[in-house]
Ligand binder design. Structure first.
Ligand SMILES: Cc1cc2nc3c(=O)[nH]c(=O)nc-3n(C[C@H](O)[C@H](O)[C@H](O)COP(=O)(O)OP(=O)(O)OC[C@H]3O[C@@H](n4cnc5c(N)ncnc54)[C@H](O)[C@@H]3O)c2cc1C
Length: 477
């Protein structure tokens, strides 16, 4: 199959880029090695819309962060993805940290960020009563926010697909050869596609993909960040995202509510092998508890419901790499997209679209492009009367499956058949939150499997957690 553009990687950057490029008349395909989208850094991060005060002035990160905040709020609204403009505070808890807060304030100004201010202890305590009494001053960034990163990725890819983009899952790119007719992109199991332009959005593997294409050497240093998620009863401990003064290793441990109402604490920052960077460690999680206590001492750690780790695709120069290769014409690297890549996803997609237009020429506008994605939360948002009427027409919405998150059979079936489709239990979890609650799927796991088996017309034994090898049950007893 031949496409005008092939994108490697279905994280938030590949997904948002595909959506942006679909606004013009072009054939586009996204290749992803996993069984679902959002399986890399885009599923395991802090989910913060960063306020733009942290990146070094003059860098791509600084420019795209400043441009990206408003663009992200707008795109999330079009995609019907919950996003909340809750604001953030970077706090000092010791005299030695005050200078860093003032430095960030100056940086914010240089980066063109409006509305930030330095606030004193009284104001901080007024905004966030549970913050430690040791707090001194804070940088307040009212434009910052929170968003669910995997839901955003799923919605962006779904909207791209509704507008004609192809997605090939389970396609692990292992060879990229430039021939006369275009790039031949092949997978480990012998599948191939032809492309006029190739865009490398492979996250922590972007260095390897650049190497496969014969393009520039990009030395990605995977850095893991470990987190704990607490029950919704703890989600009220803060309203804003609370950062500590950043150190050499990054933005430090944060305490934040999530857009779904949980409390999230983390991340650590340690260099890892990509192979085991997704594992949480005793040392990492202890550090998360120790440092989060410095900001909010009343966190009840008995209410931790799960933990996870994500891997940042960091590079030694510390900036994003978004450019056409000087060695391989038509090959674009979108590499080293570590934090604040999620915040910048729409501004990065715009920049890539500009690069594609420079290479391939401006394509006509796709007049059929529809930027709105149907609201997959519509049922949840109904009042009891509306739900009652809806259930009469659609009885599957009257069968409660996940008791923690109140998710019905109807919502699960809809998630299975909506772009990008999934038959994985984890895929359902990321789309509708069945299994994301207090019991982490202990109650609803088997019901979700049963529904997937019914829709897919397969045996329960064939239902997978996250891809072909991850079967969950062996047989009947
Ligand atoms: C711990 C942590 C905290 C963060 N916090 C924030 C935050 O609060 N706010 C913010 O703005 N940013 C944050 N970020 C950064 C943000 O998560 C990333 O910038 C963003 O998710 C990168 O998206 P991506 O699409 O480039 O990479 P990924 O999501 O990793 O996607 C890359 C995709 O490429 C696929 N792939 C790789 N190799 C191949 C191959 N050979 N063939 C086919 N497919 C392949 C992978 O499977 C993967 O799906 C954080 C990152 C981490 C890790």
């Amino acid at each position: 199959m031949r496409y005008d553009i092939v994108i490697i990687g279905a994280g938030i950057i590949g997904a948002m880029t595909a959506r942006r490029l679909a606004m013009q008349k072009r054939s586009i395909c996204v290749l992803e090695k996993e069984s679902d989208v959002a399986c890399g850094a885009s599923k395991a991060n802090s989910g913060i819309v960063h306020g733009g005060f942290d990146p070094e002035p003059g860098t791509l990160k600084a420019r795209l962060n400043a441009e990206g905040i408003g663009k992200l709020y707008k795109a999330a609204k079009q995609l019907n993805v919950p996003i909340k403009n809750n604001g953030s505070l970077v706090c000092s808890f010791d005299e030695s940290e005050d200078g860093k807060i003032l430095e960030l304030f100056e940086r914010a100004k240089k980066n063109g960020i409006m509305g930030v201010s330095i606030i004193d202890k009284n104001k901080i305590k007024e905004l966030e009563p549970n913050i430690s009494d040791n707090v001194r001053i804070a940088l307040y960034a009212p434009a910052a926010g929170i968003v669910c990163p995997y839901e955003l990725t799923i919605a962006a890819m779904g909207n791209a697909m509704d507008n004609g983009v192809d997605l090939k899952l389970g396609f692990e790119v292992s060879s990229i050869k430039k021939e006369e007719g275009g790039f031949v992109v092949s997978s480990t199991d012998g599948k191939r596609v032809i492309a006029g332009v190739v865009i490398n959005c492979a996250g922590v593997r972007s260095g390897k993909i650049s190497e496969l294409a014969g393009a520039e050497t990009i030395d990605i240093m995977p850095r893991a960040g470990e987190y704990m998620v607490l029950d919704k009863s703890e989600g009220v401990k803060t309203t804003r995202t609370i950062f500590q003064a950043p150190g050499k290793e990054g933005k430090g441990i944060l305490v934040t509510p999530t857009v779904d109402g949980n409390l999230l604490i983390g991340p650590t920052a340690s260099l890892v092998d990509e192979a085991n960077g997704k594992d949480t460690t005793e040392g990492g999680l202890n550090a998360v508890m120790r440092y989060s206590q410095k900001s909010v001492p009343c966190i009840d750690y008995r209410k931790v419901i799960t933990s996870f780790s994500g891997i940042r695709a960091s590079e030694k120069n510390g900036d994003f790499i978004i450019e056409e290769s000087a060695n391989v014409q038509g090959f674009i690297n979108v590499a080293a997209i570590d934090s604040p890549g999620l915040t910048c996803c729409v501004s990065i997609a715009d920049m890539v679209a500009e690069t594609v237009n420079n290479i391939a020429g401006e394509a006509p506008i796709n007049t059929r492009f529809n930027c709105i994605r149907e609201d997959t939360h519509a049922f949840r948002k109904m009042n009891d009367e509306q739900k009652d009427a809806y259930i009469k027409e659609h009885p599957d919405y009257g069968e409660m499956v996940c008791r923690c998150e109140h998710i019905t059979k109807g919502e699960i079936i809809r998630a299975i058949v909506t772009n990008p489709q999934t038959y994985d239990v984890d895929g359902i979890k990321r789309r509708v939150r069945a299994g994301m609650g207090r019991c982490q799927g202990g109650f609803c796991g088997h019901s979700v499997m049963r529904i997937i088996a019914q829709v897919r017309k397969c045996r329960m034994e064939d239902v997978t957690k996250d891809g072909a090898d991850a079967k969950m049950v062996k047989g009947r007893v």
